[in-house]
Design a protein around this ligand. Structure first.
Ligand SMILES: N[C@@H](CCC(=O)N[C@@H](CS)C(=O)NCC(=O)O)C(=O)O
Length: 223
């Protein structure tokens, strides 16, 4: 297989494309990011790449695949490029437990954190019941992760190593201070979810996560 760069269609601020970038960095896969204007995502040219008209999407010239949905892209990247299984397991039950956590991230973390962001930042009216609902859901997700990590006593979600499932949570977690602004401190994450907090800090120190943090800053400042 050739080693031409993958095109990642992304956006400076949105967390989902950066989630894919972390995996590209981890696996040292050559890639280039095309930053899209939100206004172009629902146009036919982009909908050909992702029928849902959202980023991320990728085009891989090495295999000719075009793919949307961050979870599916991550599974494709590890299946195709993680030949040493550095971020995966090959056998049951771990292989499927990693998928369990990725699905939880895609269905439980991403959408609820996204709705919290919407009702805190963008909805034209301030609706207390909606804001409370999604803040409570964020607390619930943090609690699920914290309880799992504390009950297993492990450093990562599955087995003894960091997998793509752990990494898939990072970019939405990074958004929490922005979502709640001055009120973010009321979550008291370190005190209320200590195992989650330690896990998150561990992930934040990985070179791949540091790198995309810097790339995101650059993209946001237009450099
Ligand atoms: N389930 C999708 C969600 C993608 C998503 O919501 N992307 C945001 C940016 S982070 C987006 O494209 N928003 C534009 C829009 O809603 O029109 C995934 O995980 O890839």
């Amino acid at each position: 297989m050739s080693n031409k760069p993958i095109t990642l269609y992304g956006h400076a601020t949105g967390p989902n494309p950066w989630k894919v970038a972390i995996i590209l960095e981890e696996l040292k896969i050559p890639y280039e990011t095309k930053y899209m204007d939100m206004g172009d995502l629902k146009k036919p040219a982009f909908e050909k790449l992702n029928p849902n008209g959202r980023v991320p999407a990728i085009e891989d010239p090495n295999t000719s695949i075009t793919l949307g949905e961050s979870g599916a892209i991550i599974e494709y990247l590890v299946d195709t490029y993680d030949t040493t299984h550095s971020l995966t397991y090959t056998k049951s039950p771990e292989k499927y437990q990693v998928k369990q956590w990725l699905h939880f991230q895609m269905s439980g973390q991403g959408p609820y954190f996204g709705q919290a962001a919407w009702f805190e930042k963008f909805h034209p009216e301030k609706i207390a019941s909606a804001r409370d609902r999604y803040k409570d859901q964020i607390k619930r997700v943090l609690q699920v992760l914290d309880k799992h990590l504390s009950s297993t006593g492990k450093e990562y979600l599955v087995g003894d190593k960091c997998t793509y499932a752990d990494l898939s949570f990072v970019t939405w977690d990074m958004m929490v201070p922005w979502i709640f602004g001055d009120e973010a401190g009321s979550l008291e994450i370190e005190k209320n979810y200590p195992s989650y907090h330690a896990w998150n800090q561990r992930l934040m120190q990985r070179p791949s996560v540091q790198k995309i943090g810097q790339d995101k800053q650059k993209a946001m400042s237009g450099k």
